[in-house]
Design a protein around this ligand. Sequence first.
Ligand code: GLU
Length: 213
Amino acid sequence: VAVERQRCRRQVVAGPGVAEIGLGAVGDPLHRPAQPHGGDAWTASEPSLEGEYGSMCGIIGIIAAGPVTTRLIEGLRRLEYRGYDSAGIATLCDGRIEVRRASGKLDNLAARLAAAPAAGSIGIGHTRWATHGAPTEANAHPHATSRVAVVHNGIIDNFRELRAELVEQGCAFASQTDTEVIPRLIGRYLEFGLNPVDAVATALKRLEGTFAL
Ligand code: GLU
């Protein structure tokens, strides 16, 4: 499911047995400096726009008949021109979510995958341009629970309130990003017994900001 809540460029590349959709922001004001928060002293630098496409992350999702990791990396390479500081993928493999992430260039992620391959014919990928949380591996996308993996472009304005609420309910967070509230929130709704579509829809209603997922 790709959700757009901003003006996005949609890229669709279709081939035999594969449908790929990449979403990313076009000339939007998403990457404004972040507010320091939660003991994380890191603050995003001012965006350095290099032409129209500087400083924007990239999102890709693939459902295929065969393994998707190579295609995900290839898709992310096509989005490299936007600029990014880290990258990651998640695949669905035998009902389990596999996540591989790396700070820096896609070659670092490719090296991770060479050392620890991720199988699966369904996957998502992301090149991150950090707004909240330093450009580390722990803050790279996808952010995932055992049941939900999310890649996110943009900013969740009300993530502090949502994070506080989820921590109060016993959720443990593994990153400093605004993004991580999304899979944790969807995960809570799944725990409450909602089906995946309703869990996502209910979580979306709680999110404020400008973003694509
Ligand atoms: N705000 C998110 C983060 O800092 C997403 C940034 C992006 O659009 O790449 O991880």
